[in-house]
Design a protein around this ligand. Structure first.
Ligand code: PLP
Length: 459
């Protein structure tokens, strides 16, 4: 039975709450493979995997059975107080054997926000233990998103979020996003662009004061910024600066991890050397809220030392190592192995890229960006005419232009859900999508773009 939505007390995030008074939101009631189905029986291809999390689609029986089996064995037991559960130990072994971090140790939480929050907390704990309590500032990049808790919202680089919630808090610093080529200045080539960003990072660390910066937090490719794969020398040069100043590199792989870039971790695809990696979404295909903060041996040794000094590590959470989540996460890794999922993703990537590139000529598309099993269409912002040039994206994310707004409406009519952020339409379908479904995705997307042209031309 469908209730009158105008009377629903439900608060929906990233939405205009007043619009919810007059307009019923899209209400999803079922999922099948890469499709979600609304309350009226209409299907949609989830081309951005629902906040980039449903890597294994919406109806994997193996994940459901893994959850049910664990529910029967042991439905809940927290990891804390020198107690844990067998499946948490098993998952910790598995993840630390796969992650490209030396002598890795892992702390489980429930959400990506929490994983990043814990990363900040553990860096501070390490630094206090090392006798450097002043080393607590964290650098992130304008336009980034690292979570919705107060600490991680402050860490994110959304200017509108900062304004709305009176952020950032103390100890947060920001540098430019490597949004190449959108963020470049006139006459800048890629090397100049990276050189300027590296100088900015160096200056920021120096201006913060010696020994005061704990970490640099970055997504390998920022999805919230519209998916601009950075120039190849960006991260190696960033790492050189961080190493020189004793700043830890926190690699937020909440979206990029678990196959999105063609390897299990983006750090592998992009040859990154982080000290800490945070993961979430894909870990369980989002069938259960599980996240993890993975730290290297150097960080861990200090945690161990300090916890011994203090009597315990003063951090735990009721749902840390939740047995059902652990069981589902183990099943996901089994599926990656048994289905040779990464091979399948890599085999399917050229088709996804080809179909995206074919949209380069579309009148509403200024540019196409690709990396791994994802890509973005740079929309022409407020313009509709063929030959429109790419709008400047600057250091962060621009407000959504008319084209993005129109596409956000017409994609619903044509049963395809992409993530429009600023003037970018980001496409990152579930990893299990078939070739035929990729074709269907682009049939629907082209229809949605055609309707967007019609809508914009009518005004
Ligand atoms: N980090 C990144 C890069 C994200 O995109 C997100 C969420 O979209 C988060 C962290 C926060 O994850 P969660 O929504 O699970 O708290």
């Amino acid at each position: 039975m469908i209730s009158n939505f105008s009377q629903s007390p439900l608060v929906i995030g990233f939405s205009n709450l007043r619009r919810l008074r007059s307009e019923r939101p899209l209400v999803i009631t079922k999922g099948r493979g890469v499709f979600v189905i609304d309350e009226n029986g209409r299907d949609y291809i989830e081309a951005s995997s629902s906040f980039y999390c449903a890597a294994l689609g919406y109806s994997d029986e193996r994940l459901m059975h893994a959850a049910m089996r664990q529910m029967h064995e042991l439905p809940i037991y927290p990891t804390g107080l020198h107690r844990t559960v067998d499946v948490a130990l098993e998952l910790a072994d598995k993840i630390t054997s796969l992650v490209p971090i030396e002598d890795a140790h892992v702390l489980f939480s429930s959400t990506g926000s929490e994983a990043n929050d814990v990363a900040i907390k553990l860096m501070r704990y390490r630094n206090v233990a090392r006798g450097e309590p002043r080393r607590r500032k964290v650098i992130s990049r304008w336009g980034s998103y690292h979570g919705g808790t107060i600490a991680t919202a402050a860490l994110g680089g959304g200017r509108s979020v900062h304004d709305a919630f009176a952020l950032p808090m103390d100890d947060y610093l920001f540098v430019s996003q490597p949004s190449w080529p959108a963020g470049r200045r006139e006459q800048e080539n890629a090397a100049d662009f990276v050189g300027r960003l590296i100088e900015e990072l160096e200056d920021t660390i120096v201006a913060a004061g010696p020994g005061s910066v704990a970490g640099f937090v970055a997504e390998p490719i920022s999805f919230s910024c519209g998916f601009f794969p950075p120039p190849a020398d960006y991260f190696p040069r960033v790492e050189e600066v961080l190493d020189r100043h004793g700043v830890l590199f926190v690699d937020d792989e909440v979206i990029c991890g678990y196959g999105r870039t063609g390897a299990l971790f983006a750090a592998e695809s992009m040859s990154l050397n982080p000290d800490i990696i945070t993961i979430a979404k894909g870990m369980t295909g989002a069938y259960f809220p599980v996240s993890a903060t993975v730290v290297n041996g150097e960080v861990y040794d200090w945690l161990e030392e300090a916890s011994d000094r203090d009597g315990s590590l003063a951090h735990a959470a009721t749902y840390s190592g939740h047995p059902v989540g652990m069981a589902v996460a183990l099943e996901v890794l089994r599926i990656f192995e048994e289905d040779r999922l990464l091979d399948r993703v890599r085999a399917r990537t050229p088709l996804l890229h080809r179909r995206l590139l074919e949209l380069s000529d579309h009148p509403l598309v200024a540019d196409v960006r690709l990396f791994g099993f994802a890509g973005a269409l740079q929309l022409t912002g407020a313009r509709v005419k063929p030959g429109a040039t790419q709008p400047p994206v600057g250091a962060g994310v621009t407000a959504m232009g008319e084209v993005g707004k129109a596409l956000s409406r017409t994609m619903i009519d044509h049963g395809v859900l992409v993530r429009v952020t600023g003037d970018s339409a980001v496409i990152a379908p579930p990893l299990i999508i078939t070739d035929a479904e990729i074709e269907e995705l682009f049939v629907r997307l082209r229809r949605a773009l055609a309707d967007a042209i019609a809508e914009l031309s009518a005004h």
